[in-house]
Design a protein around this ligand. Structure first.
Ligand code: COA
Length: 163
C-alpha cells in the first residue's frame, strides 16, 4: 500500500488461525513471494491434509488478505518447521515471531517437546528470528541448498526444546 493509501486504510492487527487444506492457495501464494523454488497449491493441500502437519495462517485482520504462515510436520514428541514466510510488506514488524510463538503454544499443548529446523546460513532475517525464539545451532550441512543463482549454500540445523 502506498504511503497515502496506508494513512487512510491502515493495516489491521494480524489475525492468526490454524490453517486447513482450504488455505492451500493462500500458503502457496505467500510461499511463492518468499522463496525462489515455490511449492504449489497441490503440494500445500497434501501437506495441510496430513494429520502430522500443523500450520498457522496470518491474515490482515480476521477477514483480510493472507500475510504470513508457518508450517510444521512431525511425529510426537519431535517436530520440524518446514516453512515460514511473511509477505514482504509485513516483514520486520514482529509477525514472524508471532507465528513461531503461536505454533509453539499449540505444539506444546499437543505434547511435542522438541522443534527442529534447517535454515540457509546466509538468511540473516530468518537466523535472527530463530535465535530470538530460542533456537540453538546443532549442526551444519554444507551444500544443502542452492541459491537463486545455483550456488551451493550451507544449511544450519537448529533445535528448540519447548517442554
Ligand atoms: C524470515 C521471516 C519469516 C521473518 O519474518 P518477520 O515478520 O520479518 O520477522 P520479525 O519481524 O518477527 O523479526 C524477528 C527478528 O528478526 C529480525 N529481522 C527481521 N528482518 C531482518 C533482516 N532482514 N535482517 C536482520 N534481522 C531481521 C527482527 O529485527 C527481529 O529481531 P529483534 O526481535 O531482535 O528485533 C521473513 O523475513 C520472510 O518471510 N523471509 C522470506 C522467507 C524465509 O526466509 N523464511 C525462512 C526460511 S528458513
Amino acid at each position: 500500500m502506498s504511503g497515502l493509501l496506508s494513512r487512510f486504510f491502515p493495516d489491521r492487527p494480524p489475525a492468526l488461525r490454524v490453517a486447513t487444506s482450504r488455505d492451500a492457495a493462500a500458503l502457496a501464494g505467500l510461499h511463492a513471494g518468499a522463496f525462489h523454488i515455490a511449492w504449489d497449491a497441490a503440494e500445500f493441500e497434501r501437506l495441510l491434509a496430513d494429520r502430522l502437519s500443523l500450520a498457522f495462517l496470518a491474515t490482515d485482520g480476521p477477514q483480510g488478505a493472507p500475510i504470513g504462515f508457518i508450517l510444521t510436520r512431525g511425529v510426537l514428541p519431535e517436530t520440524e518447521i518446514l516453512s515460514v514466510a511473511v509477505a514482504p510488506r509485513w516483514r520486520g514488524r514482529g509477525l514472524g515471531r508471532q507465528l513461531v510463538e503461536a505454533v509453539f503454544g499449540r505444539l506444546a499443548a499437543e505434547g511435542y517437546t522438541t522443534v527442529f529446523l534447517e535454515v540457509e546460513e546466509g538468511n540473516a532475517a530468518a537466523r535472527k528470528l530463530y535465535a530470538r525464539a530460542g533456537f540453538r545451532e546443532i549442526g551444519r550441512r554444507s551444500g544443502y541448498y542452492r541459491t537463486q543463482g545455483g550456488v551451493p549454500a550451507a544449511a544450519l540445523t537448529m533445535r528448540r526444546d519447548i517442554a
